[in-house]
Design a protein around this ligand. Structure first.
Ligand code: C2R
Length: 159
């Protein structure tokens, strides 16, 4: 296990399947994931407490997945200067368009790096890439993963 710890939050236990690639991918790189179900709507005090103490508690970044009126990533960003990656989740009447817009359209000065709808794997890769800026071993692992994905993509067409 590496020195890094990343908070992976989701707004509902029902989001678990869509968010699993985030912690599975972090684990692939030896990055610790602290996975929690926490909602900015349903648990606002807990979200604020976690985000505002996260840097002192040794977290490197947040990955926040939420569907529908997805305010989780934005509220976390409001309480920390650690990087926050938002994962809009599909589902509900608008099937992720609502979550995409509410995650990505942050006001100036309050960034949330938003990945694709249900893009939790990419959220983890993005965080690992950020950690790898100053970590040569992690950078090599990211490069190897990228090469493996290119190889897997270059095979014969599916029949
Ligand atoms: P339930 O299935 O628990 O009713 O949740 C969750 O992420 C989930 O996708 C329905 C959807 O509501 C989302 N939710 C948010 C937030 N908390 C829960 N968007 C939030 O704080 O942004």
């Amino acid at each position: 296990m590496s020195q890094y710890k990343v908070a992976v939050l989701m707004g509902s236990p029902n989001d678990g399947k869509k968010m699993a690639p985030a912690w599975e991918t972090l684990a692939q790189f030896g990055v610790e994931a602290d996975v929690r179900v926490l909602s900015a709507h349903r648990n606002p005090a807990e979200v604020a407490a976690l985000a505002s103490t996260a840097r002192d508690e040794g977290y490197a970044a947040f990955i926040c997945g939420a569907g529908m009126a997805a305010h989780l990533a934005g509220v976390v960003a409001a309480h920390t200067t650690l990087p926050v990656v938002g994962v809009p989740l599909s589902g509900g009447a608008l099937n992720g368009v609502d979550a995409l817009y509410s995650t990505v359209q942050m006001p100036r000065g309050m960034p949330v790096a938003t990945v694709a709808v249900d893009g939790s794997l990419n959220a983890a890769l993005l965080v690992v890439e950020m950690l790898a800026i100053t970590d040569g071993d992690l950078a090599a692992a990211v490069a190897a993963d990228r090469a493996a994905r290119a190889e897997a993509n270059a095979g014969p067409p599916a029949t």
